[in-house]
Structures are given as structure tokens and as C-alpha cells.
Design a protein around this ligand. Structure first.
Ligand code: GCW
Length: 727
């Protein structure tokens, strides 16, 4: 904060001095970032057009149509400083809001002549059409270009919040997010204008479902007190087309009501879940369902009682089915003994195989109202990790994909690293058997043979910062995610361009796009290690910890080389999990994309890379390049001074400076470590043994406050379960 004030003071002083000597410079008025891309700034359209746009006929009744009208009104006020008049005679209107039953439920169609007509297949379709038309106007598109029609590719497009409910002192922490929740858990019934703005932001990019709390679920969420609050929040989100889901702790019957067991085959447990579902639907008639993390990272699950994932999911699915709800069962399960099902022990020992062998044999067994939610990448959410092969291994199962917007291994909100290109790679990755093979997007959308519609979920990067993200440039990731979930084939760069124009205006947009478009690769140069994983310190995931005892095992570091052999012949046979064509591509170091090289191959330090350098030199160079690229961000941003209001400009400049420092830490720690293990010096002599000095890293405890909070609760839960079952 101090630094920002200092910066602002300096800049203002410079500007004041400039103003005395030259013509006064006019800066755009300060903004806090709160409006994100929904800024609705003044538009230069002929006053006749503006007048037309404010005469609206709403030929649809319902709260979502009203929400659409309120958004239109808000925008017209911002664009033209005019109030919207609702006219009852369509002939008198300049804008028509309508339904069109020939369109898909969430589809919209925008026609521009003779009048602007926005039609939806339902009120929700209309709402999405309204947001699209407003975006066109705000970006200054010609009227003819406002005409668009579209429908979403994936029907359920969600955000998953990892909010702890810890109510002490007032607001909860969030697992893997450096900030507190925006939800006032102690009393969600208290009106808070931020909730509606949150809903508007999500709806504007087509998000239609939210899971409100951490998958490491606090059973308290299912208590009657908190459910009343969830119902109030659901009422606020509903007009914006957003359904509410919550996570369910598998041991809830024990922890909340003292039932002796949570065994899913126990009739008392089944009755408990039925009663709970009835209670929830009486409060929230369109409740979406439960998101469940079970038998994973110490969380209770059906395995605790010797039952399968299918048994576990079924007890909840049966309770929700009469009400139309679904269970979203997470496939992020590892660390259990899978050796009975793997070809050999090497395969059982590789954590990359765990999720697949946990679930593959259950394909086709889950009830119809269960969606299996698989993390997009194999190990976790690390930089440029290969896609999860389980997407191609679960025929006759509804599948969902979980993406990470919060960047827990990629610097959290202290870095940029716009994820558009990564999401694009994942969603359009071939994974099915057909010709052409189905992509992951098609599989989760239910558009590939053998799959009913599933879902896409993004782990939210939203917190209580005034600008929602703690780094205004990271709003681009949520915006892009929503647009890609709607249309996975859309070019990410075009989406980024839209976001930049909406957020920073035309004058700055190109500069912003230039800064962000390669930023994912830049951060991967230092957070990633050519696809290798688990580099970050185990607790906070913020800086690397190569001296941690398991590091060498996980990354395959030896004196001679680095990387993990995942071939069938000599390695862990992970490659066999992919369809043949995909496996072939990755199996050969010559064809394997460089960014995944060390995930699939163990290679000697002197392995010759495409550019002719040795592997070790390539790694050193990458770290140095990354730092240079991050440092260049600051210069690029400086070019935008004057094109963006000072408040937002200074916020970003401060963040970029911090990122340079962060990248240097990674470079120094990793280079020093590689020199130590390989004994091979940097050809360019940029550092030698013992230098740089052992870096002393300050780690913001915010990065793992959410984890600590949840772990403390789990400890209490364990004691309680033990006490009840032993009674
Ligand atoms: O990688 C791990 C994270 C946990 C997270 C878990 C999961 C919510 O370290 O913080 O827990 O993934 O996705 O369940």
C-alpha cells in the first residue's frame, strides 16, 4: 500500500510539473477495478441512436428478463447518461427483448434491423444476448456487427469456490487464494450489494452454476442455519441465471447429527441424506446438487467403510434425484493402493497413474445424475502439465473438467500468466477413439459418443479485494474461462482482446494484449520444468523447494539427468493410458512438445535440445529468459501511462514489480540447485557455485492461510468422528 501511495505521489508530482510547462495532460478518472469489464463508459453514438436504444419493450416476463432490463438500464446510463423508458407498444420501441422458441434454451439471437431485437431461447438466453449486445456497443463495434447468434457448447458452466466457512473473526479464508471470501458466512441473509455485482460479472460471461464452499468441506454448510443463508444467496443469484451448489463432507451424518456411521449402505445414512436433500429443496427449489471430495487427501469417503466410489456417490445421488439435483464426484484421488489393477509395481508407484486406476474400472457404473469431475491435468494444477488421460477412459459416464483460475502453483495473484492458451490446449485436446477423435470439450459437453452432458468448472480466483482478484490483470483469466466454456473453439487471443478493450479502453487495449498474450509461457519458464511437477514447496506452493527430500524422486533428478520415465517398457506405463495416437506423440522425445519433455522422459543433462543447446543449459537459459521477460513487463506497462487511469495503472505496475522479484527467486533457487546436482556450470557464467547467495524468501502467509484453517478444522473433525464411532 505504501509503495502504491509513494508511486502515485511521485507520478502526480511529475504530472503537475508537466502541466505547468506544457498543455495540461488529461488523465482518465481513477477507477478501482471493481467494475471489471462491465464498465459502461461514455459512448459517442449519434443522439438519435442513443435515444432509440433507451426505448425498450420487454416481451418476456420473469425475474431474469427484469435482470436483463436492469443491466441494460445501467449500461445506457453509463453510455449516454440517459434513463431507459420501458414502452408497452413494441412499435414504439427501439429495442425489443423477446423469446424465440426455435432457439436452444440458453441461445440468443441479436438482430439489428429494423430495430435492435434481442431474443433468447429462454430468459437466460435473453440475458446472455443482452450482455453480448452491451459488449458490442461498449467496444465501439459498428451497428451491423452487433448482429450475432450463439449458444453454449457446454451446458453446465461453473465456478468452484474453495471458501472455508471459518467464521472467525468475521470472514472466512479461502484455500489456495490469498484473500478472504466475499461471502459473509456468519449471516448470508444480510443484504450485500456485492453479491449482485458478483452475479452480474459471472452471468456476463455465461457462468450458470457456482459451488460456494471448499471441496475440503466443512460439514457446517449443511446445518439448518447456514442453509438458510445459502437460500438467501441463491435468491440473489437466481435472476442472473446462476444455480447454487454446495460441497458435502462425506461424514456429515456423523459430524452434524451424531449418526454412528457414514457407511453409504447403511439405511440410517441413506435416510439422513434423503432428509437433508428434502430440507434443502424446500428452501432452494432449483438447488444444483453436491460437489464431493471423498477418500482424497485424508477426507472421509466410502473407502473408509470399504465401499466404492459408486456406492458413495449413489447415496447422495439417490437423495437428490427426485428433486432433479446432481452429484459432482471428484476424481482427484491419489495415494491409495492401486497395485492390484496396474500392470506392474512401477505403475502403481507413479502418482500420475493414481486417478485413472482409481476410476477406470468403474466406467458406466455411476448413476445417471452423477458427474465425475476430473482435474484438467494429471498431477495437479501445475504449469503446462499434460492433460488427464481419464477423460478418454470413462465411457458411459458423465464427465466434468476442473480448471484452475486461482493459479496455486503459478504465483497466485502475485503474477500474471493469462491462462487462455493453456485452457485452449486442454479443451481441444483429442482424447476419444473416433475419427477424428473427440476432444475433451466434446466429451464433457456430452457431444462425444457414450457421454451425456457433464460440466466445466473453474476453481475461482475471486476474493475480497476491491478489484475482486487482487491483481486487475487476472480478471482476464475469469473472463476468458467463461467465454471458452461457452465456446471452447473460440480463439483465446480474440477473447483477450475483447477483455482488454472492455477493461482498459481502446487506447490501451493493444498494449495490454501484448503484455498478456505470452504471459502463460513466461510464467511456465520458471514455475514449470518442461512439464515436470511438484516443484513448489509443499505447504504454500509459492516458491520452489528443491532441497526438500522428495523433490528428486518426484522430478527424477539424478546426478546424470532429470525427468520421469513414463514409458511402458522401462517406466511407469502412464503413457499407455492415452489413446494410441496421443501416446505415440508423447512417447518419442523427438516429437514430444518441449514443454512436456521431462514429464514423459528421463534425459541426461547433456541431451541435445531442438535449439542445439544441452538440456542443462536450456534450463539455465529459460530461468534467465523468464526473468528478462517479466522485467520487460514493467517497461511495457510504462508505455501505457496516461492511457489508463492512474489508480489502476499504479496497481498493476506495483504487481509487475513484485512479479519480477518472484521470478528472480525461482531462477536463483533452481539454478543453484541444478548446478549442485549436475556439477555442470552455466556456459554463460551468469552464476557460479555458491552464488547467488542462498536466497532467503519472504513468503506471504496469506498464500496458505486457507490451508492452515482447513487443516485445523479437519483435526477437530477427526477427533469428533472417533468419539462418536467409539461411543
Ligand atoms: O493440490 C491440492 C491442493 C489442495 C486442494 C487439493 C484438491 C482443495 O494442495 O489445497 O484442496 O489439491 O484439489 O482437492
Amino acid at each position: 500500500m505504501k509503495l502504491r501511495h509513494l508511486l502515485l505521489t511521485l507520478i502526480s508530482a511529475t504530472l503537475a510539473a508537466t502541466a505547468q510547462t506544457k498543455a495540461p495532460q488529461v488523465f482518465p478518472p481513477d477507477e478501482s477495478g471493481y467494475e471489471t469489464w462491465l464498465r459502461y463508459t461514455e459512448q459517442a453514438l449519434p443522439s438519435e441512436t442513443a435515444e432509440q436504444l433507451t426505448r425498450v419493450h420487454v416481451g418476456v416476463s420473469g425475474e431474469t428478463a427484469e435482470a436483463a432490463l436492469s443491466e441494460w438500464s445501467r449500461a445506457m446510463e453509463g453510455f449516454f447518461d440517459r434513463e431507459v423508458k420501458r414502452v408497452s407498444d413494441p412499435e414504439q420501441a427501439g429495442v425489443l427483448f423477446a423469446l424465440n422458441s426455435t432457439l436452444g434454451e440458453e441461445a440468443y439471437q441479436i438482430e439489428v434491423a429494423p430495430r435492435l431485437r434481442i431474443s433468447g431461447g429462454s430468459e437466460r438466453g435473453l440475458l446472455y444476448g443482452v450482455f453480448t449486445a452491451l459488449s458490442s456497443i461498449q467496444r465501439g463495434e459498428d451497428r451491423a456487427a452487433w448482429a450475432k447468434s450463439s449458444e453454449p457448447f457446454i451446458s453446465l458452466r461453473m465456478l468452484n469456490h474453495w471458501d472455508n466457512l471459518t467464521i472467525d473473526p468475521t470472514l472466512g479464508s479461502i484455500e489456495r487464494v490469498d484473500g478472504s471470501t466475499i461471502f459473509e458466512w456468519p449471516d448470508l441473509t444480510r443484504p450485500n450489494p456485492r453479491y449482485e455485482d458478483y452475479a452480474r460479472m459471472l452471468a456476463s460471461v455465461g457462468i450458470n452454476g457456482v459451488a460456494l464452499n471448499n471441496v475440503n468441506s466443512d460439514p457446517a454448510i449443511l446445518s439448518s442455519e447456514l442453509l438458510a443463508g445459502v437460500a438467501a444467496l441463491a435468491d440473489t443469484l437466481r435472476p442472473w441465471g446462476i444455480r447454487v451448489f454446495i460441497t458435502a463432507n462425506f461424514a456429515s451424518p456423523v459430524l452434524l447429527d451424531g449418526v454412528k456411521t457414514a457407511d453409504p449402505l447403511d439405511p440410517n445414512v441413506q435416510a439422513w441424506w434423503r432428509a437433508k436433500a428434502d430440507e434443502i429443496y424446500a428452501l432452494i427449489p432449483d438447488f444444483g446438487g453436491f460437489l464431493v471430495k471423498a477418500d482424497s487427501e485424508g477426507r472421509p469417503g466410502p473407502g473408509t467403510y470399504g465401499r466404492s466410489h459408486v456406492d458413495g456417490a449413489r447415496v447422495m445421488a439417490d437423495a437428490l434425484a427426485p428433486h432433479g439435483g446432481i452429484v459432482i464426484w471428484r476424481a482427484f484421488v491419489y495415494g491409495r493402493d492401486i497395485s492390484e489393477r496396474t500392470p506392474h509395481q512401477r505403475a502403481a508407484d507413479d502418482v500420475a497413474n493414481h486417478g485413472s486406476y482409481e476410476f477406470m474400472h468403474l466406467a458406466g457404473e455411476f448413476p445417471d445424475n452423477v458427474v465425475l469431475q476430473i482435474k484438467c491435468s494429471v498431477i495437479d494444477f501445475q504449469a503446462w502439465e499434460p492433460v488427464h488421460p481419464l477423460f478418454g477412459r470413462m465411457p458411459d459416464t458423465r464427465l466434468g473438467i476442473e480448471m484452475d483460475l486461482a493459479k496455486q502453483y503459478k504465483g497466485y495473484d502475485s503474477t500474471i500468466g493469462w491462462e487462455g492458451p493453456y485452457f485452449d490446449y486442454i479443451l481441444n485436446h483429442p482424447m476419444g477413439d473416433g475419427d477424428p477423435p473427440a476432444t475433451i470439450a466434446e466429451i464433457v459437453a456430452g457431444k462425444a459418443p457414450g457421454h451425456e452432458p457433464g460440466l466445466i468448472a473453474g476453481v475461482a480466483n475471486i476474493h475480497d479485494a476491491r478489484d475482486w482478484f487482487g491483481h486487475m490483470l487476472n480478471a482476464s483469466t475469469l473472463y476468458t474461462y467463461g467465454r471458452q466454456a461457452w465456446n471452447p473453439q473460440a480463439a483465446p487471443e480474440a477473447i483477450l482482446r475483447d477483455w482488454a478493450e472492455l477493461t482498459f479502453g481502446d487506447a490501451a487495449a493493444s498494449g495490454v494484449v501484448e503484455l498478456l498474450d505470452d504471459s502463460y509461457d513466461t510464467q511456465a519458464k520458471y514455475h514449470g520444468l518442461l512439464g515436470n511437477h511438484s516443484l513448489a514447496e509443499l505447504q504454500h506452493h509459492y516458491r520452489p523447494d528443491p532441497w526438500e527430500p522428495l523433490f528428486a524422486k518426484k522430478t527424477g533428478v539424478t546426478e546424470h539427468g532429470i525427468g520421469f520415465d513414463r514409458s511402458s517398457e522401462t517406466g511407469s506405463a502412464f503413457l499407455d493410458l492415452y489413446p494410441e495416437a496421443v501416446a505415440e506423440l508423447y512417447a518419442d522425445p523427438e516429437t514430444c512438445p518441449t514443454r512436456f519433455l521431462l514429464f514423459f522422459h528421463h534425459l541426461p543433462w547433456d541431451y541435445e535440445m531442438d535449439d542445439g543447446s544441452t538440456l542443462i543449459q536450456f534450463l539455465y537459459d529459460q530461468y534467465y529468459e523468464a526473468v528478462e521477460e517479466v522485467r520487460a513487463y514493467e517497461d511495457q506497462w510504462r508505455q501505457l501511462l496516461g492511457k489508463i487511469d492512474l489508480e489502476r495503472w499504479a496497481h498493476v505496475q506495483e504487481k509487475l514489480a513484485a512479479e519480477a522479484w518472484h521470478a528472480e527467486q525461482w531462477r536463483d533457487i533452481m539454478c543453484r540447485y541444478f548446478l549442485e546436482v549436475s556439477g555442470i556450470p552455466d556456459e554463460k557464467g551468469r552464476f557460479t557455485e555458491g552464488t547467488p547467495e542462498s536466497p532467503h524468501v519472504r513468503v506471504n502467509t496469506g498464500f496458505w492461510r486457507g490451508v492452515q484453517d482447513y487443516r485445523a478444522r479437519v483435526q477437530r473433525e477427526r477427533e469428533r468422528i472417533r468419539a462418536i464411532t467409539d461411543e
